[in-house]
Design a protein around this ligand. Structure first.
Ligand code: FES
Length: 136
């Protein structure tokens, strides 16, 4: 494991979280997404999520972030979790489920999972509003 990986492991990140962070899993953008949305958390970090949606099912998703290892690993995990899910299923995913999926991140980084959850929920809401013609 790299020096960065060892430091992350020491601070409480699981092997899976470290791998997701270092390999930047699901990081990037989607050309012509059905929706994209940006959210900035109270810590000041920002995430953008892109969704490709067909018949209310998330067919593809990617994210970009200006944030910490917690933001990146939980963003990677959340995107992995939502692919193939309906919008209804995806918006119900909790921080706890994201962290369980990763196998653990430091306690003080739990709000970082919240950043990815809120960005996703904002994107889903924006998509729904675009379908009903509601402005947010
Ligand atoms: Fe802001 Fe982690 S410290 S998302």
């Amino acid at each position: 494991m790299s020096e960065v990986g060892r430091l992350l492991e020491k601070s409480g990140y699981s092997r899976k979280a470290i791998e997701y962070y270092l390999k930047k899993v699901n990081v990037g953008r989607i050309e012509n997404p059905n929706v994209s949305s940006v959210y900035t958390g109270s810590c000041g970090d920002t995430m953008k999520i892109y969704l490709k949606i067909e018949f209310n099912v998330i067919k593809d998703a990617k994210f970009q972030a200006i944030g910490c290892a917690g933001a990146y690993s939980s963003g990677s995990a959340l995107i992995e979790m939502v692919k193939g899910k309906t919008l209804k299923e995806a918006e119900k995913i909790t921080e706890k489920e994201i962290i369980n999926f990763l196998g653990g991140i430091p306690k003080q980084k739990i709000h970082c999972a919240c950043l990815s959850r809120r960005t996703l929920q904002k994107a889903i809401k924006k998509y729904r509003n675009s379908k009903t013609g509601t402005n947010t």
